[in-house]
Design a protein around this ligand. Sequence first.
Ligand code: HEM
Length: 130
Amino acid sequence: MSASHTLFDAIGGEPAVRAIVEAFYPKVQEHELLSPLFPEDITPVMEKQFLFLTQFFGGPQLYSDQYGHPMMRARHMPFPIDKQRAEAWLDCMRRALQETDIPPELQAMLLERLSGPAHHFINTDQHEEA
Ligand code: HEM
């Protein structure tokens, strides 16, 4: 990561996070396991994810400034998330990252950082029929 202090700096800051989010949500919306969970108007979700990932990767605390403590597992409790959905989310993210200019070794670090939370958000054994 050379002289950069955070993963956020290393990937190129806000424009890079924006690019990740913009590549990610179309994949979520096309995914048969994930799309039923999300609202038709994905724009507000994209904005929140931009704020959250900025702070999660070590940038400014944009999400907390607007929404308070992230409590992300709790915020995901209304949605049935099983292992398959967690893996699907991570796979959409992996493919989204490949579409960005972020170097592969940093892509791997980002995925690694997201893998913990994704599995931590699992809250059911089986996904319910949508
Ligand atoms: C494990 C698989 C995951 C699934 C199935 C999932 C699904 C969802 C859904 C359905 C929403 C609500 C959309 C709405 O507003 O109606 C949401 C919100 C959100 N998710 Fe996830 N998510 C997953 C993992 C993650 C991970 C790993 C992160 C980041 C570490 C994350 C960050 C967020 C954020 C920031 C929001 C917006 C929270 C808010 O309302 O303020 N999600 N997610």
